[in-house]
Every structure is written in structure tokens, then in C-alpha cells.
Design a protein around this ligand. Sequence first.
Ligand SMILES: [Zn+2]
Length: 120
Amino acid sequence: MNSGRCPKCSSTEVYRSQHPGGIWNDEARLLKVWTDAPGPALTEDWHTCVCTACGYCEFYLNDAAALQDIAGAPPGRLWSKIIPAAWLADPSGRHELRYWDGSRWTSSVSDGGEQTEDPL
Ligand SMILES: [Zn+2]
């Protein structure tokens, strides 16, 4: 989207914010997205791109220290790492593998290469 073309609708009606706001630092130096927060902005290297044809938005953070803070933050507190869809070890332990659809566990399971259904 930084190139000026919307990845969703291919429009070139793409605008970049000139305001760096939107990402802030709390006392523990954990980043949070909080548009009306008081306090100092952690970084000036944050900007938003929006497509005025379809409303699609993207955000960019070009600050290596801030990116490290996000990756090192306690899981689930402010940031959650997205786990892509995949066959993973079944958390119930009943099967070898269970399919994670990218946001939740499904009922699809696999043992020895054979796929069946078993709701969690
Ligand atoms: Zn668009």
C-alpha cells in the first residue's frame, strides 16, 4: 500500500497520514495502540495508509526498537502473535494433530495421516 495502490481493490486513491499518533508507550515500555492517550509518543515512525475508494487501511511502524518491544511483550497483554492456519499438535492430547484455522481450533483431527472429526 506504501506504493500507492490498494491491495484490496487496486485503486490508486491511497493516502498516507502525516500524523504519527496512534502508538504509545506505557510505564513498562510496552507499546499500545491508543489514539487519545496522554503521554509521549513512543515513535514518530508510525503512519497509516487508507484507501478512500474502499476504506481498506494499513499501518506501518518503521522503528526497530519499537518492533522489538512488540515481539518481546508478554503474550496476550497488549499484542498477540498471529499463528497462521496449520496442522499442529492436538492441544487435547487425544489425537496427533488438530487443524488450527488461524483464529481457533477446529474439529478436524489427524492420526497416522488419516483425517477425522472430533470437536474439542
Ligand atoms: Zn481500496
